[in-house]
Design a protein around this ligand. Structure first.
Ligand code: ADP
Ligand code: MG
Ligand code: ZN
Length: 493
């Protein structure tokens, strides 16, 4: 049997994150009432003239700069003609040659290996509306048209056919999503249809230069179906070749329920889009200053930020990965650190990371609140951790204070003062509690004397209960052990 290798190229459509659509002033808000966000332009009324949204161009140029693209200054538009009811005007306005961005690249790492994936281009186009064939679970015997999505700006990114496994494809999409979300140029949410993919798949015998005939699987909108569709398609193509069949270039659809791809149209049936220049949008050149200004706005990207977190704050790879997973989490973390003096940052770095990835994220996830809206401000979280580090409260009390901070958005110092939660570090008070507890725990003391060191835990528990959890654990430990050892000695004598 011949050995084959998989070749995949992606066309990724990402909705551009702008307040208004690309050729009119309608809102791009997701989840609005059907057709609430429409006007004469995006419903394609005769005579309506598109007006280009500058912010959409900015988003594409920014994305291009972050992915090492050459930015082309010329901006011209064309009409791509096709008839489908989701575009009433019967054409889509799309940027024509050259695209705004050409020859970019993205480094992915899969299975511990790095690989540079070349990206052919990114260009601007408008999204289509949406046909609705069912309401909830009720199938309709007619179709409804929702034009809220019509004319929302899209950036279409096309890769070279260089990806060679489902894992690399997923690695590419995840890395791309991370960067684009950092740039805030698209929300990239596949669930909301803000990121969709056409996946081109072919195979060829290992060692062969020429590419095999490609199958384009249209409109994929979940990571798991992309993986499953590629895996299925590769197997199908192998079977065709192994049984001496011939593969042809065609467009196929992924049928998720059956787990198969089905032919939609072959190359011969491919649409002729009859492109021609869009007469309502005059070609123009982007000024150099416009591009340079955007270059300055590129934030530190996830990989660089992660490396810096490890180097500057002494975090582990795992913690740094979590904290830089989104820009908002990273901003919160650094915002919190910046409330402390430089020399304290390294001490605070790890506990702060723990609080964010456990207590805070659990609360925020449960309430579906974004970290930028956190009721516990980054400054207050730093204050809370500092109270633990300087011994004012114990780690356990800190959790109680945190609960209160989350509900009331209040500051930890006030809560500790008002509720009298400060740690008891007064040695004579602790000595008294230790003596009382020893007297009340004859069984544990006897066990300790017979060599069971672990028996102290029960006595510590009692002391903590007496102090309502406020006794300083280090001092309790020290005094209790001194007392117990002196009992042991006096008995041995
Ligand atoms: P079209 O509009 O016809 O789909 P595009 O140029 O927009 O053409 O996209 C073609 C996509 O197909 C690119 O992502 C490219 O990498 C990919 N591709 C081209 N040839 C092959 C092939 N033989 N196998 C896999 N992918 C391919
Ligand atoms: Mg295509
Ligand atoms: Zn509109």
């Amino acid at each position: 049997m011949t050995n084959y290798e998989t070749v995949v190229g992606l066309e990724v459509h990402m909705q551009i994150n702008t307040k208004s659509k690309v050729f009119c002033e309608c809102s791009t808000q997701f989840g609005a009432e059907p057709n609430a966000n429409t006007c004469v332009i995006c419903t394609s009324q005769p005579g309506a003239i598109p007006i280009l949204n500058k912010k959409a161009v900015e988003a594409i140029v920014k994305t291009g700069i972050a992915l090492d693209f050459n930015i082309n200054k010329q901006c011209t538009f064309a009409r791509k003609q096709y008839f489908y009811p989701d575009i009433p005007k019967n054409y889509q306005i799309t940027q024509s040659e050259p695209p705004l961005c050409s020859d970019g690249k993205l480094t992915i790492s899969v299975g511990g290996k790095e690989k540079v994936v070349n990206i052919t281009r990114i260009h601007l186009e408008e999204d289509a509306g949406k046909l609705v064939h069912e309401i909830g679970s009720r199938k309709l015997d007619y179709s409804l048209l929702d034009l809220n999505r019509a004319s929302v700006g899209l950036m279409e990114l096309v890769t070279e056919p260089e990806l060679s496994s489902p894992e690399e494809v997923l690695g590419f999409l995840t890395e791309l999503k991370d960067i684009v979300e950092y740039l805030d140029t698209s929300k990239c949410s596949m669930e909301e249809g803000k990121m969709r993919c056409d996946v081109n798949v072919s195979i060829r015998p290992v060692g062969q230069k020429e590419l095999g005939a490609r199958v384009e699987i249209k409109n994929m909108n979940s990571i798991s179906s992309i993986r499953d569709a590629i895996t299925y398609e590769v197997e199908r193509q192998k079977e065709v070749l192994e049984s001496n069949g011939k593969l042809v270039q065609e467009t196929r659809l992924w049928e998720a329920e059956e787990g198969v791809t089905k032919s939609m149209r072959s190359k011969e049936e491919a649409l002729d889009y009859r492109y021609f220049p869009e007469p309502d949008l005059v070609p123009f050149d982007l000024p150099d200053s416009f591009i340079e200004e955007l270059r300055k706005q590129i934030p530190e990207l996830p990989k660089a930020r992660k490396a810096r977190f490890i180097k500057d704050y002494g975090l582990s790879e795992y913690d740094a990965d979590y904290l830089t997973s989104t820009r908002l989490v990273a901003d919160y973390y650094e915002g919190a650190l910046n409330y402390s003096k430089d020399k304290d940052k390294k001490v605070l770095a790890k506990p702060l990371s723990n609080w964010i990835s456990t207590e805070l994220s659990a609360k925020l996830n449960a309430a579906k609140v974004c970290i930028s809206e956190s009721p516990v401000s980054s400054q207050n979280l730093t204050k809370l951790i500092s109270l633990v580090l300087n011994g004012t409260i114990s780690g356990k009390i800190a959790k109680t204070v945190f609960e209160e901070m989350y509900v009331k958005s209040s500051d930890p110092e006030t809560i500790v003062k008002e509720k009298g939660l400060s740690q008891i570090s007064d040695e004579s008070a602790i000595t008294k509690m230790c003596e009382e507890s020893i007297a009340e725990s004859p069984k544990a003391v006897a066990e300790f004397r017979s060599g069971k060191e672990r028996a102290v835990a029960a006595i510590i528990g009692l002391i903590m209960k007496k102090s309502k959890g406020q006794a300083n654990p280090q001092i309790v430990n020290r005094i209790l052990l001194e007392k117990l050892k002196s009992i042991k000695k006096s008995c041995q004598r």
